[in-house]
Design a protein around this ligand. Structure first.
Ligand SMILES: [Zn+2]
Length: 538
């Protein structure tokens, strides 16, 4: 189905799905059923024991949750459940299930075990290399697994340098057909939206151990950076919660403790700050490490995997058409390139018969979102939102019972479709990125403001902090050589700095200094202002 005509059930959620915020309880949902059932089950179990008989686990799950069998059965699945029929793997590489010791979807995987699996893939395969790009505040690694052909691995630095040279409008164009597309597959910036990082392991397994001409083409034509956990501290906070409160059999009642994580939950970082708003302010060390990695590689496609309310379905971009697009970004990215990808996500979910919608919510205005900042590097940033089981299984308006495994499978399939489309559209993505920087320079040349000057003569800490931010975003900054008057103020040579608007990251300069006050719509997803110079009081 084309994304412009989204599938919807006739039952609408009680409110629009917000990323990771659990939806309010729907009117009419049972409140007392679970305790009554538990009492009944205890009696049943006692009777069964007395009779010397064992009640099969599946039967207990069915009786306990009082939901369609399809939902409960999907809670425990093998690799065949997740991958398209006919997908084959190198038997020398362990699947996540073989490595972890439990089927994916039956347990929440701790961050250190995800890291261990990524390291194991790199140890066993010459398709993969592992690195930690930094540490979280609680000293957890920030893992990135890079997957490509062994030959590409042998010249990874040269590939990266050529990729960067090709973006410089001052250089002669380098044919896109000769270069791989660079894709950053990111998962789990919100730690309690947990299907994403489980998907990352399956995705890594597919690219590292997958067999056949199709996977080999992806490896030949792409550099795949898999970042399985963007928020390790939040991830473990929620993972421990879900695992310590789960029961056997699983409990689907939304009132069960497993599904009601205590505040502050795993969404945020150590200081309860939302890392999916931090790509511009860069207040968390993991954000600073991540930005550095993105500037090193300048990816053409960046995915950002989330979960939303249990009673929703699945969302992929484009975001809502009115007022959702940052006016500094080329519209081609929104109304053409994204649609090309959306066709493939729709097809991948149609194949499963999974419900989805698009174009109805979310926006791409604030450059501090993980799905918007990459647009400012000439790539395509993409947000995905899956209805959350928020635990292992949970009653849901659209699904009867939504299972963790079901959520993981939907996310895996759109993630696999992204790989396919990124390779199919490789030349277009590479050429678009070069045009992005050429176009930015042309727009900057037409501006009234040719440069921004700033500098406090009394607050040197503020100067240093703001300079640090600009340099982390790889902006060109010059020390003021002679005293100037600007904006009714005098800026002293040696105590002020100049940021030209005409520079490679001209659109980031404008985002940080300009005040954009004209939009097609006044409704934002949340962030509605981001002029960082004002935030710093510069
Ligand atoms: Zn989220």
């Amino acid at each position: 189905m084309h994304p412009s005509s989204p599938k919807r059930s006739s039952i609408r959620p009680s409110r629009l799905p917000g990323d990771c915020l659990p939806e309010a309880r729907l009117p009419g949902a049972p409140v007392l059923r679970a305790p009554l059932l538990r009492t009944a089950l205890l009696s049943l179990a006692a009777l069964a024991l007395l009779a010397g008989a064992l009640v099969p686990t599946a039967a207990l799950a069915q009786a306990h949750t009082d939901v369609p069998a399809a939902g409960a059965e999907a809670a425990v699945q093998s690799m065949d459940y997740f991958f398209p029929e006919g997908t084959t793997f190198d038997e020398a590489i362990p699947s996540p299930e073989e490595f972890l010791g439990y089927p994916i979807g039956t347990h929440h995987t701790r961050h250190d075990r995800i890291v261990a699996y990524m390291e194991e893939l790199a140890r066993l395969s010459d398709r993969a290399s592992y690195q930690s790009i930094g540490r979280s505040i609680e000293h957890r690694e920030l893992p990135v697994l890079t997957v490509t052909t062994p030959a590409n691995h042998g010249r990874l630095d040269a590939i990266r340098e050529t990729h960067l040279q090709a973006l410089d409008p001052a250089n002669d164009p380098i044919p896109a057909s000769d270069r791989p597309v660079v894709v950053h597959l990111g998962y789990g910036v919100h730690g309690n939206e947990t299907s994403s990082s489980e998907v990352a392991m399956l995705k890594a397994y597919w690219l590292v151990a997958g067999q056949g001409a199709e996977v080999e083409r992806y490896l030949e034509e792409g550099i795949w950076h898999i970042e399985p956990v963007l928020n390790p501290d939040g991830r473990d906070r929620h993972t421990n919660w879900a695992n310590m409160h789960k029961a056997d059999p699983f409990v689907a009642d939304p009132l069960d403790r497993e599904h009601n994580e205590v505040w502050p939950g795993g969404r945020t970082n150590h200081y309860w700050f939302d890392l999916n708003r931090d790509w511009l302010p860069l207040q968390d060390p993991s954000s600073r490490a991540r930005i550095d990695f993105h500037h090193q590689w300048m990816p053409n496609v960046v995915t950002d995997y989330h979960e939303m309310g249990t009673n929703s379905t699945y969302f992929f971009e484009p975001t809502k058409p009115v007022g959702s697009w940052n006016p500094l970004l080329p519209e081609e990215l929104y109304d053409d390139i994204t649609l090309r990808f959306a066709d493939d996500w729709a097809a991948s979910l149609d194949e499963l018969g999974s419900l989805y919608f698009t174009k109805e919510v979310f926006d791409n205005t604030y450059p501090g979102y993980g799905s918007t900042y990459p647009n400012f590097l000439g790539g395509l940033g993409l947000v995905f939102e899956q209805a959350s089981a928020r635990g292992h299984i949970q009653e849901s308006t659209h699904h009867g019972v939504i299972t963790f495994a079901y959520a993981i499978r939907n996310q895996l399939r759109t993630s696999m479709a992204t790989v396919r489309t990124a390779v199919d559209e490789k030349e277009r993505m590479l050429e678009y990125q070069r045009d992005f920087f050429t176009g930015g320079l042309e727009e900057a040349a037409a501006l009234d403001e040719q440069a921004w000057v700033f500098g406090s003569t009394v607050d040197h800490t503020l100067n240093r902090a703001f300079l640090d931010l600009l340099l982390r975003h790889r902006l060109e900054v010059w020390e003021l050589a002679e005293t100037v008057e600007a904006g009714g103020r005098t800026f002293e040579a040696g105590q002020a700095w100049v940021v030209p608007t005409s520079q490679p990251h001209s659109r980031l300069v404008r985002s940080i200094f300009e005040t954009t006050d004209t939009y097609a719509d006044s409704v934002f997803y949340d962030a509605s202002t981001w002029t960082m110079s004002l935030a710093y009081g510069i």
